[in-house]
Design a protein around this ligand. Structure first.
Ligand SMILES: Nc1ncnc2c1ncn2[C@@H]1O[C@H](COP(=O)(O)OP(=O)(O)O)[C@@H](O)[C@H]1O
Ligand SMILES: [Mg+2]
Length: 350
């Protein structure tokens, strides 16, 4: 079975990252922890017409875009194909058809150019984005993972060892944003649209209490989501007006304040000096500000990836690829795509 493992592992390899797990086709090139290029093509505009991601449309859009996006990333990095030291690709979790486009492309590319292939877990990519933001970042630290599929506080022991301090018992925070957005009549993608609307509203609509101290580091978002849905439906049934911006603002605070509180609490308990964050919800301005303020107050250093490296992108895949390269974890041509990878597997083996 073809598997190319480099004889000499470079200190700062040039890694091509490829991402196609959902509706963004991404390709990026990094050299060590330096970002050389970052390309993305999105089918979000088409998906918005259907109110969410239609898997078949996403797969077709990836097929159309991938070669162009990869080519552009290599050109903009100012390198040639021969300069690439490894190809890192998202193998899961995500939409199977969409993932297969990236995985098949990466396998063919690596095979044709005689380059090593690295299979990257998408969520590990979200966690690794922080290392590119701050090149001096070193574990141990506490990490807030807030995405469309996961919500967790992790103790990052090393670049590949994590301890789950707590996670969501039901919905993920991003999922709650997407569902509430739909109730408020906002277009896909829900998170950024709620944030925009929330900026014009006030935190005046009562929201249920989130799991505080005795909930440990666990979260529950299904009650919050249901409360918002009930509030809107009851108002509509009574023919009463309600201010959608106020609902968005109140929901946003309730959903995000608890993340900040528990991330800081985790850092204090684990006696670390640094907090990092990753995942699409970390692109939220309110969350970023609240985390910044809370960490400053607690004397903690905060490493927040830039907004574009919080939502799906190939740069974070290259970043995790770099960690795997240094560990010598290379994939072979049997590498398949995986639609679902539980968080326990993600933090255990990646
Ligand atoms: N500005 C924002 N505010 C709140 N949520 C956001 C924002 N931007 C993106 N999101 C949410 O992030 C989620 C996607 O994040 P992502 O990390 O890619 O999820 P996953 O990788 O688990 O599928 C979506 O639920 C989206 O609504
Ligand atoms: Mg993602």
């Amino acid at each position: 079975m073809y598997q190319f493992t480099p004889n000499i592992q470079k200190e700062n390899p040039i890694i091509l990252g490829i991402e196609s797990s959902c509706d963004e086709t991404g390709a990026s090139v990094i050299c060590g922890k330096k970002i050389l290029s970052d390309e993305i093509a999105s089918s979000a505009d088409i998906q918005a017409l259907y109110g969410g991601v239609v898997p078949e449309i996403a797969s077709r859009a990836h097929t159309d875009a991938i070669a162009k996006v990869v080519d552009k990333a290599i050109k903009n990095a100012g390198i040639s194909y021969a300069d690439i030291d490894a190809v890192a690709v998202t193998y899961g979790a995500g939409l199977l058809g969409a993932l297969l486009v990236g995985v098949s492309f990466a396998k063919a590319f690596a095979y044709a150019l005689n380059k090593p292939l690295i299979a990257v877990n998408h969520i590990r990519g979200h966690l690794a984005a922080a290392y590119l933001q701050d090149e001096s970042l070193k574990p141990p630290f506490v990490t807030l993972l807030a995405s469309g599929g996961h919500t967790a506080i992790l103790y990052t022991k090393s670049e590949s060892e994590f301890e789950l301090l707590g996670g969501t018992l039901d919905d993920a925070v991003g999922e709650a944003f997407d569902k509430v957005a739909r109730v408020l009549g906002l277009q896909y993608p829900g998170g950024p649209n709620i944030e925009r609307l929330a900026n014009t509203g006030k935190n005046v609509v009562p929201m249920p209490k989130m799991l505080k101290g005795n909930g440990g580091y666990n979260f529950s978002y299904s009650g919050l989501k249901t409360a918002v849905i009930n509030y809107c439906h009851t108002k509509s049934q009574k023919g009463e007006e309600y201010n959608k911006a106020d609902v968005a603002c109140s929901f946003q605070s309730a959903a995000l304040d608890i993340l900040v509180e528990k991330a800081v609490q985790g850092a204090k308990e684990k006696n670390v000096t640094t907090v990092t964050a990753g995942g699409g919800v970390v692109a939220n301005g309110y969350l970023r500000e609240a985390l910044t303020t809370a960490c400053q107050k607690a004397g903690l250093k905060l490493v927040l990836p830039e907004k574009r490296y919080c939502t799906d992108n190939a740069t974070m895949i290259a970043a995790e690829g770099l960690l795997q390269y240094r560990l010598g974890n290379f994939a072979d041509m049997r590498q398949n795509a995986k639609a679902s990878i539980p968080l326990s597997v993600t933090i255990d083996k990646g």
